[in-house]
Design a protein around this ligand. Structure first.
Ligand code: SF4
Ligand code: SF4
Ligand code: SF4
Length: 285
């Protein structure tokens, strides 16, 4: 008897165009996968698939050509290897992330840790339609935060202390926002805070540590990159507390649960009910 496609999809097995063949999507949080896990995927693809894997646009691994009658054996194999299928369907999907400050020189936040924390709190949660969370470690935006239902971007709010400054002008050269003006002859530096993009370059590159700052998160809401393309909107200033970040995401998901129609994306719901509803919910948290 043919198995229920919808039910299989919710368990991570996506029906292929080939009869009775499924592509298994494996859960990978924040794009982090160990060599041991890769070895397990290798064994799985050889034993149950056609020996190939597909790397998805959102950092998951798919093993195609799983036979319908081997699905239970595949699930058992995954559990033994301490892996699990990715959440598909109307749920909070795989949390994606760039390398962040654990590896990347430009990183301002620990994206890998945040991805795991978000996955523990929100991963796989049922919602009216798929909901994507993505984390990018700095303004370079390798992970493209604004494409997500909620995108998170690492930020740094700098302050110039003046201590040890030699007025070399490097920070002015590196600043992408014309926020710094160094007057070398008169040994003065002016910082136009209102222009600052919180990219953190001045602080990271100053050879005299004359800038200080606190890292944080910029949030973008309602991004979409499919049939309809919508760039997520920044509604709040930089957030420095992780607990506050979690509360804001929780509030947004509750709003989606409360007002979202089945099959309606977060952005479409916000257009329908009004973005002020979200603003009101998150602005004072
Ligand atoms: S977004 Fe920034 S931190 Fe992340 S990989 Fe790109 S440059 Fe590095
Ligand atoms: S890079 Fe550092 S030392 Fe050079 S002008 Fe800027 S703050 Fe001063
Ligand atoms: S954080 Fe970036 S945008 Fe802001 S002053 Fe420093 S270099 Fe300029």
């Amino acid at each position: 008897m043919a198995m229920d496609e919808k039910e299989l999809k919710s368990r991570g097995f996506l029906k292929q165009i080939q009869d009775q063949r499924y592509s298994l999507r494996i859960k990978i949080v924040g794009g982090q996968v160990t060599a041991k896990q890769l070895n397990s995927v290798y064994k799985l693809a050889k034993k149950y698939g056609n020996g190939a894997v597909h790397l998805t646009a959102r950092q998951s691994i798919e093993v195609p050509f799983i036979k319908e009658d081997e699905i239970d054996a595949v699930l058992e194999f995954l559990a033994q290897e301490k892996m699990e299928p990715a959440s598909t369907g109307p749920k909070v999907r795989t949390i994606t992330a760039c390398q962040g400050n654990g590896v990347c020189q430009s990183g301002l936040i620990d994206t890998a840790l945040l991805a795991r924390e978000l996955d523990e709190r929100f991963g796989g949660r049922p919602v009216p339609h798929k909901f994507k969370l993505g984390i990018t470690g700095c303004r370079n935006n390798c992970l493209k935060a604004e494409e997500n239902d909620i995108g998170i971007k690492g930020a740094m709010v700098p302050a110039w202390t003046g201590e040890n400054c030699t007025y070399c002008g490097l920070c002015q050269k590196l600043c992408p926002a014309d926020a710094i003006l160094v007057d070398q002859p008169n040994r003065q530096l002016s910082f136009r805070k209102e222009n600052c993009l919180s990219c953190g370059r001045c602080l990271k590159k100053c050879p005299r540590s004359s800038w200080q700052g606190e890292s944080g998160f910029v949030l973008y809401f309602g991004g979409l990159y499919g049939n309809r393309i919508v760039i997520g909107r920044q509604l709040l200033p930089v957030i420095h507390s992780k607990e506050k970040l979690f509360q804001i995401i929780e509030a947004a998901l509750q709003l989606f649960d409360q007002y979202g129609n089945k099959g309606e994306r977060f952005s479409t719901m916000l257009d329908r009910i009004g973005w002020d509803m979200l603003n009101e919910k998150v602005k004072d948290l």
